[in-house]
Design a protein around this ligand. Structure first.
Ligand code: PLP
Length: 380
């Protein structure tokens, strides 16, 4: 099978498995225990915290480990909800956020918060003018805008949005889950207050994540108990997965430095080029969604004229290609996703879109073979 669904999840990298194994076998002790073995385990957790912090330009004390990206998003949003108060407080999100931001903010709307959604242009980028207009400095609240979109891979103008929010005195959370490991994400360059991380999008296991909380930013724990994570998330730490998260962060930093991410982007471009060349002059023309310039280098998001993506998926699966229709969340529902609706796409174009997402574990041979199979399935 050729795996082209890395925005849904990634395979755990062998290097990451190797790093976490000792903490499933020899070093299985509780990091809060007073004897030496506990101390060693605690050191490993703190090393992982430093690794994550150094990757994103934060202080280790600003990192809290969580069980997933969804938890990180909820944690930040709920902390902010308590800070900005209940009735008449403003919350701003984009129309293209992941459900792990949309659902908790909808829950806030249900209890009286004033939640606004800001649209995107047809390239899938945040409408900065509308965003600026919605930031009322007399009634500060918080904004939650994703760094890169999970469906299209389109990178948002985060630095500009943060500057506008700060000028108006608003707090800012970003779901950076689809940006990390693909493009530079630095909180010392873009001054967000909260940033969500999910391990399984960059070759760590599913079920581990982190939340960056800027020093001094308001926070209230969702769990109280033994006081782990500096009192910010009580519960005995998932040590092997935390170690894996740290190792994956170091690995992705190295990939960025040694040309690994550029290699992924070149493969993505090749995949799109072969599809264009093979289908360009046929009734099943390929149209790229969101410009190449603004997409993370690992995503090809294409509409195939005259085809319904959910009908193509089982055929592609049978041909050995694992990929998604538009977004993993929409698979099986056969309706235009909220992201593509926000981009102004017709149902027809949205329903004909495939998301082919690569990772550092994808090979050039796989890309060439996948393109060949995709063309064959479309033309069959
Ligand atoms: N946010 C975005 C943008 C995502 O792509 C995902 C995963 O699909 C999540 C949040 C949820 O992360 P997790 O699966 O770790 O809960």
């Amino acid at each position: 099978m050729i795996y082209l669904d890395s925005n849904a999840t990634t395979q755990i990298h062998p290097r990451v498995i190797e790093a976490m194994m000792p903490f499933l076998t020899g070093y299985w002790h509780n990091p809060s225990s007073g004897y030496r073995a506990g101390g060693e385990v605690k050191k490993a957790v703190e090393r992982a915290r430093e690794q994550i912090a150094s990757w994103i330009g934060a202080k280790p004390s600003e990192i809290v480990f969580t069980a997933c990206g969804t938890e990180s998003n909820n944690m930040a949003i709920k902390a902010l909800a308590r800070e900005v108060g209940r009735k008449h407080s403003k919350v701003l999100v984009s129309e293209i956020e992941h459900s792990a931001v949309l659902r908790p903010t909808e829950a806030m709307a249900a209890v009286g918060f004033d939640v606004d959604k800001v649209g995107v242009d047809e390239e899938g980028r945040l409408d900065l003018k509308a965003f600026a207009a919605a930031l009322n400095p007399d009634c500060p609240g918080f904004a939650s805008i994703m760094w890169a979109n999970n469906e299209t891979g389109v990178v948002q103008p985060i630095a500009e949005a943060v500057a506008l929010a700060k000028e108006a005195g608003w707090f800012f959370h970003t779901d950076a889950i689809q940006a990390l490991g693909k493009i530079p994400v630095r909180v010392d360059e873009v001054a967000v207050d909260y940033l969500s991380i999910s391990g399984h999008k960059f070759h760590a296991p599913k079920g581990v994540g982190a939340l960056y909380i800027r020093e001094g930013a308001p926070f209230e724990p969702m769990t109280r108990g033994g006081g782990q994570e500096n009192g910010r998330r009580s519960g005995t730490e998932n040590v092997p997965y935390i170690v894996a998260l740290g190792e994956a962060a170091v690995m992705m930093q190295e990939e960025a430095e040694n040309g690994g991410l550029a290699r992924v982007e070149a493969m993505r471009n090749k995949l799109e080029d072969i599809l264009q060349a093979g289908l360009g002059d046929t009734p099943n023309r390929v149209e790229g969604n969101g410009s190449r310039e603004h997409r993370t280098g690992n995503v090809a998001h294409v509409s195939i004229e005259g085809k319904v993506a959910t009908e193509l998926l089982p055929k592609l699966d049978a041909a050995g290609i694992q990929c998604s229709a538009g977004s993993a969340c929409m698979t099986g529902k056969n309706q235009a996703s909220h992201v593509q609706k926000a981009m102004g796409y017709t149902d027809e174009r949205a329903n004909s879109s495939l998301r082919l997402s690569l990772s550092i574990m994808t090979t050039e041979e796989e890309v060439v073979e996948a393109a060949r199979q995709i063309i064959q399935v479309i033309q069959s």
